[in-house]
Design a protein around this ligand. Structure first.
Ligand SMILES: Cc1cc2nc3c(=O)[nH]c(=O)nc-3n(C[C@H](O)[C@H](O)[C@H](O)COP(=O)(O)OP(=O)(O)OC[C@H]3O[C@@H](n4cnc5c(N)ncnc54)[C@H](O)[C@@H]3O)c2cc1C
Ligand code: FES
Length: 511
């Protein structure tokens, strides 16, 4: 990597203090246990607390260090090319409810920030969805017509404040950008100040649905009348969420930019690969943040090249060279492109879920908090039907792609284990290299670190058994089936897996 910083660290995490909340006690009783301390979990806990519920946020690692700590944090209802599709697929009424709920979430963040004096660099700014391809202009026009019908503040424009030409763009007025960790660390402090609990280093392992529900964690048990699963992808397999949404990994770079050359607004291209652009204040300086180069998790063997391509694109388009941060993360999209927020499964009485935000979790995570606060407290909410996880969605192109993906998953489950390893022996691995090696009847994921020490773990994903692949850019083992990720020591980095990869001792032959 040329001018990029060595280790992937998100700007949001690097520019805020690390939280130090205690782990959960062995036993805990609350009205609502919210599992997961990202934007969905913290927004839900904060909203339920204002309804008089006692809440505990249970976080496996540290709060706001998951996907929310690695986002690009545009707070916008401009979700790519979506609204014409929503009208076609769900009808105008449901499409309007979707649009209303996203605007309401944006307004909620803006209001909370103003009312509570949150220092989170929130700036109102337009958001543009643009194309460089003249053939796409008709699609943009259709989208503007749809979004206008739904009451969104849009217009079709030709001139956008970017240093390169575009064929056309949809401009959404009065959207926002912010520092997601500053906003959410404030919510966490408010929850605790008002008598709620935030616990870290406490992984939820199972939920027994009863009265009360009992959450088993690696620290003990939490008893709660209601449980909200806001762990990004749910870690419980009931509800089959892992088979109804798929993960896409994206890369992000940040570079210093001269304020006089900085683009005024937020931007998302419709081309493939997509590019996402915004700026953020960094003290007296300004950073340009660019995202893109996405792929299905676990299905790219050129992860380092993707950072390089993003760096080259950013330099070519904006003339910046002083790169300060790089990071990557992943989000899930449902087969019908609408998140799942509501009852965990059709028979669930006290178990709730918020997932599949389709890379728009700032508004969707906030909307989840507002919606779930109503559902848990028995208040009717017009958005409920739109996001109902039990809905039968339309058969979309995404759904068809998804059938193909599932065939690929099934194939991976069978052939991943039968095929030979990437290299014949771990002796072939040089320092810094990793590979899947066949060892007898099983497969081993082996990594030799820069000091020559070998780290060997089972290559069989603990979720449903697919064979993991090496992600060189993040030094992790990523599962091509449903997006679980593991460290070189086998520890779970991201679900749906909850168990680590088993360690292997190749020297002694022990596993
Ligand atoms: C590159 C990229 C850029 C993006 N940019 C934008 C953007 O500009 N605007 C926008 O609106 N959205 C954006 N998104 C999407 C948005 O960031 C996500 O949708 C959102 O952050 C997801 O929030 P979450 O709370 O569901 O997940 P997370 O933030 O991942 O929170 C889930 C938490 O649950 C914890 N957890 C997991 N398992 C357990 C367990 N078993 N027990 C306890 N805790 C557990 C995790 O440690 C984690 O902290 C982007 C996504 C990507 C990939
Ligand atoms: S994430 Fe499902 S098998 Fe690995």
């Amino acid at each position: 990597m040329t001018d990029l910083p060595g280790a992937p660290v998100s700007y949001w995490i690097a520019s805020t203090p690390t939280t130090r909340y205690d782990a959960a006690p062995a036993e805990l009783d609350v009205d609502v246990a919210v599992l997961g301390g990202g934007i969905a979990g913290l927004s839900t806990a904060a909203a339920l607390q204002t309804r008089g519920r006692s809440v505990a946020v249970v976080e496996a690692g540290r709060i706001v260090e998951g996907v929310t700590g690695h986002t690009t944090a545009k707070v916008a209802a401009s979700h790519g090319l979506l609204y014409a599709y929503l009208i076609d697929a769900f009808g105008e009424e449901r499409a309007r409810l979707y649009a209303d709920s996203q605007q309401a979430a944006l307004d909620h963040i803006v209001r909370t920030t103003a009312d509570e004096g949150v220092d989170c660099d929130l700036v109102r700014t337009p958001s543009y969805v643009y194309s460089e391809d003249p053939a796409e202009v008709e699609t943009l026009e259709r989208e503007v017509e749809a979004a206008t019908r739904l009451g969104l503040p849009v217009s079709l424009v030709k001139d956008v404040p970017l240093p390169y030409d575009v064929a056309g763009a949809i401009r959404y007025d009065d959207q926002a950008r912010f520092h997601p960790r500053r906003y959410l660390l404030h919510l966490a402090e408010r929850i605790v100040a008002n008598g709620g609990l935030v616990v870290e280093s406490t992984r939820a392992l199972d939920v027994d649905e009863g009265d009360p529900c009992v959450v088993t964690t690696d620290r003990g048990v939490v008893r709660a009348r209601d449980v909200v699963v806001a762990t990004h992808i749910p870690f419980l397999d009931r509800g089959m969420f892992f088979a109804r949404q798929f993960p896409k990994r994206d890369y992000v770079v940040a570079a210093r930019i001269d304020p006089t050359h900085a683009p005024d607004g937020m931007f998302l291209s419709t081309e493939t690969p997509t590019h996402s652009v915004r700026v953020t204040e960094d003290g007296d300086a300004l950073l340009l943040i660019v995202g893109g180069e996405g792929h299905t998790t676990g299905r790219a063997d050129d992860t380092e090249d993707r950072y390089r391509r993003l760096e080259a694109w950013t330099t070519e388009r904006f003339g910046v060279t002083d790169f300060t941060h790089r990071w990557s993360t992943q989000d899930y999209t449902s087969t019908d492109r609408v998140p799942f927020v509501g009852r965990f499964h059709p028979g669930a009485k006290r178990l709730w879920v918020a997932t599949a935000f389709g890379a728009w979790g700032m508004t969707n995570g906030t909307m989840s908090g507002l919606l779930l606060a109503d559902l848990v407290t028995g208040v009717e909410n017009p958005w409920a039907g739109v996001y109902d996880p039990g809905r039968i969605g339309p058969v979309t192109t995404k759904a068809k792609e998804f059938v193909k993906e599932n065939v690929a998953v099934a194939k991976e489950l069978v052939t991943g284990y039968l095929s030979p390893g990437d290299v014949a022996s771990v002796d072939d691995l040089a320092p810094g290299e990793a590979a899947v090696v066949r060892t007898g009847l099983s497969k081993t994921a082996a990594y030799r670190d820069d000091d020559g020490v070998l780290h060997a773990v089972s290559a069989r994903c603990t979720h449903l058994g697919c064979v993991v692949g090496w992600n060189a850019a993040e030094r992790s083992w990523d599962c091509p089936c449903h997006g679980s990720r593991f460290g070189v020591d086998g520890a779970v980095l991201q679900g749906p897996a909850v168990e680590p990869l088993a360690r292997k001792d190749l020297q002694s032959g022990k596993t």
